[in-house]
Write a new protein. Structure first.
Length: 119
């Protein structure tokens, strides 16, 4: 025979269900708050990462610009020194004694382009 609960036991079951429902609602709220907090933290970290990347890119651009300016200055200085050395060498070669103009031209070219012709 089946036993049925009647009377005082029924209200206890209802109370137990209410407590379960309340606990379930409480945990749902906690989970929702935890998800929202995690999403907010993730958004903040992404924003911080984007800011850090932009700052690094700006710093890299500044460093590149400084290096380029420094390299240009060194290159210009070196080119001016080469031209100056060439002019001095050409003047020395042009002052050679008793030579025909063609010989002077050859001597000047030998002095100025001497390192290029030695292969």
């Amino acid at each position: 025979m089946a036993t049925t609960t009647v009377g005082a036991a029924a209200p206890a079951s209802v109370e137990a269900l209410k407590r379960v429902k309340a606990t379930e609602a409480e945990w749902d709220a906690r989970l929702k708050a935890a998800r929202e907090e995690a999403a907010a933290t993730l958004r903040r970290l992404r924003d911080d990462g984007d800011i850090a990347v932009k700052a690094a890119e700006a710093e890299a651009d500044r460093n590149r610009t400084v290096r380029l300016e420094h390299a240009r200055a060194e290159t210009t200085e070196e080119a001016e020194a080469i031209v100056s050395d060439g002019r001095r060498a050409a003047e020395r070669a042009a002052l050679g004694e008793g030579r025909r103009p063609a010989d002077k031209k050859d001597a000047i070219l030998d002095v100025v382009l001497g390192s290029f012709g030695k292969d």
